[in-house]
Design a protein around this ligand. Structure first.
Ligand code: PLP
Length: 480
């Protein structure tokens, strides 16, 4: 077969053996698939499978025997192709990482009642922008603003005597909220930020970049580890439009450090007649100490502290849908909603529905309904019991499972140093590396996402819904 001429002849012989796509579509062999998926999808799938065989022949990867085998398995290949093309790409996975707000895994899972409300509102027409009482056009923000007012009610009064109402508007995510706030309050002017707060969150959100896009100029003050109120004061000039405080979210600065307090910033802002904004990021609506998380400032803390507008995410500590929230003094928020950027960044009815339902759980103090909060409040003991039950169910000579102490983290750029004690399933398998084992778990159906540490696969049930426990046991049973 070294002769290239002969090779070409052998190849053209093989090409001749490839059946025609049109004939295959009409052949009884594909009758069932034709009925199930229709002629268009079936033709595409057959064409793609035959096309791949053609490529393999021409690159010399298929000989006569190989082709015969491939043609015998044609039905299976076409069916697999149809399945992969016509099935969903976005699908549920089991999060066994113990990271509650895992950005790659969709951050906060939605509450059951929130999903029911999304279904109810998305399924039919709704009063999204319609005032039923008055029979005229309404505003979409009213549906959640009323609940935010309740939750943030005592923010205005405890300030400095000048009580003002708090309003909240919703945009697509917190990055959009920051962009809208900076553009509204500081376009063409300067914004003063501490060098210790020029953060990057999750790769694509960087304070200096968002600032540039907003049309405002960043004025950095202080140093990475120390910024005093005097640094801000000296930087103020006639172009200054805003003082910005940014929550460090995913890192901490310890040691020889200093940060101006919100109180000092508020005092300076009032004295100079400049608004004060805080990008809080995580957006806790209640004190999370009862869920085991220490030192995480709430939205109410910011507002009480005298911040004019605070921005935060809907799908971090709030535990709702992806959204960016801007809460603050009504007259400041009114300027944001009058900005044409607000129209470009607004969210749809499904987000409002999910957010309204999530907020209602807070209003009614039904925190257990919000999955992220429920996961935080799980005790190490309760997680341990479930872990032991799974370990007891897996019968294998090669798979070894231990239940050990460990730590879960919040994730999503919230409470970076807060960890929750947990119990972990530590899995090893004879003759299979930890990386390979975690690969196999990820490729099981549904995919199980775990951590690998020190040559073991670790699974944390804190982020696994109890009704998924048997799926973890199945996956572990079949992983060897
Ligand atoms: C998470 C975070 C953001 C980005 O929020 P998204 O909702 O992901 O757009 C911005 N700022 C801070 C401080 C954050 O923690």
């Amino acid at each position: 077969m070294d002769n290239p001429q002969m090779k070409t002849e052998a190849k053209s012989e093989l090409f001749r053996k490839l059946p025609s796509v049109d004939e295959l579509v009409r052949s009884p062999q594909f009758g069932t698939l034709l009925e199930e998926h229709g002629a268009t999808a079936l033709t595409d799938a057959i064409r793609s499978v035959i096309g791949r065989l053609r490529e393999q022949i021409s690159s010399g990867l298929l000989d006569g025997a190989g082709l015969r085998l491939a043609l015998e398995g044609l039905n299976g290949a076409v069916e697999a192709r149809l399945r992969s093309v016509l099935s969903y790409s976005l699908r549920p996975v089991i999060n066994a990482t113990g990271v509650i707000l895992h950005t790659n895994l969709g951050r906060a899972p939605l509450a059951e009642h929130a999903l029911a409300h999304v279904r109810e509102v998305g399924h039919s027409y709704s009063n999204l922008e319609f005032d039923i009482e008055a029979g005229e056009r309404g505003k979409r923000d009213v549906h959640v603003d009323r609940l935010f007012r309740k939750l943030l009610a005592d923010a205005g009064s405890t300030g400095e005597g000048t009580s003002s109402t708090v309003s909240t508007i919703v945009v697509n995510n917190n990055a959009a909220a920051v962009l809208l706030a900076l553009n509204t309050l500081a376009e063409g002017g300067e914004v003063i930020v501490s060098r210790g707060e020029l953060v990057e969150i999750g790769g694509s959100f960087r304070i200096p970049d968002v600032m540039a896009k907003s049309g405002a100029t960043l004025r950095e003050v202080g140093t990475t580890n120390r910024t005093r109120i005097g640094d801000y004061e000296r930087a103020i000039n006639e172009r200054t439009r805003l003082l910005l405080r940014v929550h460090r979210s995913n890192f901490e600065i310890t040691g020889f450090t200093e940060q101006a307090s919100i109180g000092e910033l508020k005092e300076l802002a009032r004295r100079c007649g400049i608004p004060l904004m805080e990008d809080l990021g995580s957006g806790a609506l209640v004190d999370l100490e009862k869920f085991g998380i220490q030192g995480e400032a709430t939205v109410l803390d910011s507002l009480r502290g005298g911040v004019d507008v605070v921005t935060y995410s809907g799908d971090k500590l709030l535990g709702g849908p992806q959204a960016g929230l801007l809460s603050g003094r009504s007259e400041v928020i009114a300027r944001m909603r009058a900005n044409s950027l607000f129209r470009a960044l607004r969210v749809d009815k499904m987000t409002y529905a999910a957010l309204e339902a999530s907020l209602l759980a807070y209003v009614k103090h039904e925190y257990g309904k919000v999955p992220a909060l429920r996961m935080m409040s799980l005790s190490k003991e309760a997680i341990g019991v479930r872990a032991e039950a799974i370990a007891g169910r897996v019968q294998s000579r090669t798979v070894k499972i231990e239940v050990i102490d460990g730590e879960s983290v919040i994730g999503g750029g919230a409470a970076p140093s807060s960890v929750l004690p947990t119990r972990l399933l530590a899995v090893t398998c004879t003759g299979v590396s930890a990386d390979e084992l975690s690969d196999r778990l990820r490729k099981s159906d549904p995919p199980v996402i775990a951590r690998v540490e020190e040559g073991r696969v670790l699974l944390d049930l804190r982020t696994v819904f109890p009704e998924q426990d048997h799926l973890i046991a199945d996956a572990l049973q079949h992983v060897a």
